[in-house]
Design a protein around this ligand. Structure first.
Ligand SMILES: *[C@@H]1O[C@H](CO)[C@@H](O)[C@H](O)[C@H]1NC(C)=O
Ligand SMILES: *[C@@H]1O[C@H](CO)[C@@H](O)[C@H](O)[C@H]1NC(C)=O
Ligand SMILES: *[C@@H]1O[C@H](CO)[C@@H](O)[C@H](O)[C@H]1NC(C)=O
Length: 390
């Protein structure tokens, strides 16, 4: 047995940390098994300073988070969550959508990125593309549904249909009108795409995902949009004149406008889920409302509504299903300053604001910690053997 590196064995506190982490992880896993938090979290990685997936796995489990959404199918992340019970939405990036139209490519992707992890890592949904109708890429738009169908068929060939949903995440700008909610309608130019997409989602029993940011509405018109209405604070709300339903917050109004738009295209059987929502804690001088205080109020109030299993006025019995954006501030995201400041946490694991979501980010890699523990035990064994032999 090699002599352990002094830097590792010389610091028993690390072993203590390992034990502490194991206890904490066990407790968190029990909570996840018992349901855990209902909130989902987007784990984006457009940054060069984030902790390793194994540390992030411990952070999320210590927070009792049971649902995570990725923008890719990062093997390091999926491996770090083996046997944790955490549920995953994984993604195929826009740059890979057109390749997936080919059934053989879709089969290869599923074989490589989904099959090996099931059932140990619970992948429950694949998003094919993100906000595809936001841009002007006609090829991408044309490829989207055929790619979704190929991925769906590839799952079927492996007997995984029903275990893993296939969908895509939309930006709210696919809406042509969203107020009042009952008048919700898709943009005329996207209807030819959305109609067959809805037919597919309905047949495949998969949800419709929408990224909703009431923050954008506030930022664009801070004097016209009441802060209480976007931050879930007490206010009289607005009443939809057609349905008579009262909305005390913009997020629910946005979701119900999407339900109305889907209904107008003949589908009452497709669930709407919020694949992203959030509030930036910092922004450029012209980005009104981007403060830690408002971000904390938005996320804190949203958490309470999610945990109380609240539905929207149109679907009161269907608890809102939400993935918050995002786990970390991502320093390499382009665009205005707000884009790099949507995180619940700084990369070092410190909360950006306090909403009662506290986690434990271990100070080093779990694998390092394991190695340290093995070295430590080996040292004790060696000492014991030496003692017996002498
Ligand atoms: C996705 O696209 C990137 C960039 O074009 C490419 O490097 C990668 O191999 C593609 N992945 C798959 C699974 O096709
Ligand atoms: C898409 O094209 C329209 C008109 O051709 C233009 O006004 C719009 O800015 C473009 N959007 C993007 C995201 O490039
Ligand atoms: C797939 O989506 C449907 C519709 O939202 C949902 O009822 C079902 O639980 C989802 N399946 C999985 C495996 O998450």
């Amino acid at each position: 047995m090699a002599v352990p590196e002094p830097s590792r064995t010389g610091s028993p506190p690390r072993v203590f940390l390992l034990v502490f982490a194991i206890i904490l992880t066990a407790t968190a896993d029990e909570a996840v098994a018992a349901g855990g938090l209902s909130i989902g979290i987007n784990y984006g990685q457009i940054a060069d300073n984030l902790p390793s997936p194994s540390r992030v796995s411990m952070l999320l489990r210590s927070m009792q988070v049971s649902k995570v959404k990725l923008y890719d199918a990062d093997q390091n992340v999926l491996s770090a969550f083996l046997d944790t019970g955490v549920e995953f939405v994984i993604g195929i990036g826009n740059e890979n959508v057109s390749a997936m139209v080919d059934p053989a490519a879709a089969r290869a992707w599923v074989q490589q990125h989904v099959r090996p992890y099931l059932p140990s890592t619970r992948i429950t949904c694949i998003t094919v593309g993100n906000e595809v109708f936001k841009g002007n890429d006609t090829d991408l738009k044309d490829s989207l549904l055929p790619a979704m169908k190929s991925v769906y068929q590839a799952l079927g060939a492996l007997g995984l249909q029903g275990q893993v949903n296939v969908t895509t995440a939309h930006s709210l700008d696919i809406m042509g009108s969203s107020y009042p909610p009952s008048a919700g309608a898709f943009r005329p130019d996207v209807v030819p795409y959305i109609q067959p997409l809805l037919d597919f989602l309905s047949a495949a029993r998969s949800p419709f995902l929408i990224n909703c940011y009431p923050y954008f509405a506030y930022k664009d018109d801070p004097t016209g949009v009441p802060l209480e209405y976007v931050l879930f604070q007490p206010n009289a709300g607005v009443t939809d004149p057609t349905t008579g339903l009262n909305y005390d917050n913009m997020l629910y109004a946005q979701v119900d406008s999407v339900y109305a738009a889907i209904q107008a295209l003949g589908h009452a059987d497709v669930d709407v889920k919020i694949s992203e929502t959030g509030w930036p804690s910092r922004g450029d001088p012209d980005e009104a409302g981007a403060t830690p205080q408002y971000a904390g109020i938005y996320i804190g109030n949203l958490l309470r509504r999610i945990e109380s299993k609240q539905g929207t006025p149109l679907r009161p019995a269907v608890p809102i299903d939400v993935y918050v954006f995002a786990l970390f501030n991502e320093n390499l995201k382009p665009g205005p300053a707000s884009e790099r400041n949507y995180g619940l946490f700084y990369p070092d694991g410190t909360p950006v604001y306090n909403v009662g979501l506290r986690g434990y980010l271990p100070p080093m890699d779990e694998s390092d910690a394991t190695r340290t523990a093995i070295h430590f035990l080996a040292l004790i064994a060696l000492a014991f053997v030496t003692l017996v032999l002498s």
